[in-house]
Design a protein around this ligand. Structure first.
Ligand SMILES: [Zn+2]
Ligand SMILES: [Zn+2]
Ligand SMILES: [Zn+2]
Length: 355
């Protein structure tokens, strides 16, 4: 993610903040400006950027979900007809708010969704329009909690991403992760994975010419999905799956391989962007690792081989740092040559997904 600084005190501010930790000024994210802005409050729903933001004479309003639920930190132009920000407009169903824990779940879900959307915007593939405006191509999110003994399956279907809101509960999520034998499970990961299914749905609709190349890397997605999943849960992945797949789940079906690899591509691009804006450099001690010199922002960069090499060096050291803190590896994955080929496919065709 980009480096954001408070326009008043120059301290770094993080993406989800509503106030600067150092000087206390009010902050909101304007997706239109792709920036965190410091504001003076003229009225509850009329905010004026502080002078240092160079946005003189423009007024903004906070998203309805900030003023009414303190859920969101995005802002809209004051005269915008919408009351919800670009992110909240995509949320269609939220968990019932009469249960206090659901508000917390919803907050975590929106935070992860905003981070997912931030990157799609940086990559010029931000999903729009809303499904309400374009049923065939639009996107919407449903955050559901299991009720009356029914389960909620996280997944994607025809532009609708459904998430089991309980995934925002760390105990539930970690228990599920261990039970499923996974080594990585996060809310952000869910958004990135499910978005992979959405973008594939768009490819099928709008760019079917890409499918033969897709099948070369990921296999034939026309094979029966339900059968493939059942086989996966019954017999597990094939031996030495790590040579060809980024995760055990990716072995289940080409759709899941694509969604898992797509999520990894997004993890990679945002983390490298953060490293770039932090000015990180690594002088690799091992011959097998490349030096990490981030002289160019990975977003928009042409040289994908350099991005891949930087990612390997960065994640190796990220894991080493985590171990020093007694934590699990931040990136518990290995990129084989086959997997790199799949990531190259995604990079090559990324802008074909800018529908
Ligand atoms: Zn400040
Ligand atoms: Zn919002
Ligand atoms: Zn999936």
């Amino acid at each position: 993610m980009r480096y954001f600084a408070c326009s008043e005190c120059q301290q770094q501010i993080f993406f989800a903040k509503t106030h600067c930790d150092t000087c206390g000024c009010r902050i909101g994210y304007s997706a239109k400006d792709q920036d965190l802005i410091c504001f003076d409050e003229v009225e509850i729903e009329q905010w004026q950027p502080k002078k240092n933001n160079n946005l003189a004479n423009q007024y903004f309003k906070p998203c309805y979900n900030y003023t009414h639920h303190q859920i969101c930190n995005w802002v809209l132009a004051y005269d915008d007809n919408e009351i919800y920000c670009e992110s909240c407009q995509l949320t269609y169903i939220i968990p019932p708010l009469d249960q206090p824990e659901n508000i917390e779940y919803w907050r975590h879900l929106e935070k992860a969704k905003q981070r997912f959307l931030y990157l799609t915007q940086r990559l010029n593939i931000m999903p729009h329009p809303k499904k309400n405006d374009n049923d065939a191509l639009g996107l919407r999110f449903n955050f559901l909690v299991p009720m009356n003994g029914q389960t909620v399956m996280t997944g994607h279907g025809k532009g609708i991403i459904t998430l089991n809101a309980q995934e925002a509960n760390v105990i539930y999520r970690e228990t599920t992760r261990v039970n499923m034998g996974e080594n990585y499970r996060t809310l952000l990961g869910h958004f990135r994975h499910e978005s992979g299914h959405y973008y594939f749905y768009l490819i099928e609709k709008l760019r079917p010419d890409l499918l033969s190349e897709f099948r070369y890397y990921f296999g034939d997605e026309r094979q029966d999905y339900a059968e493939a999943l059942q086989r996966h849960y019954e017999y597990g992945p094939q031996e030495n799956w790590q040579t060809n797949y980024i995760s055990s789940y990716a072995t289940a079906h080409p759709w899941e391989d694509w969604a898992e690899t797509w999520a990894h591509y997004l993890h990679m691009m945002e983390t490298l962007e953060t490293a770039f804006y932090a000015g990180l450099a690594v002088n690799a001690q091992q011959g097998s690792l490349a030096n990490l010199t981030m002289d160019e922002c990975p977003i928009g960069a042409q040289n994908f081989e350099k991005i891949l090499n930087s990612w390997v060096t960065l994640t190796f050291n990220l894991n080493a740092l985590n171990r020093s803190m007694g934590l699990e590896d931040a990136y518990p994955f290995k990129l084989s040559e086959v997997i790199k080929g799949k990531l190259r496919f995604i990079h090559r065709h990324l802008l074909d997904l800018a529908f």
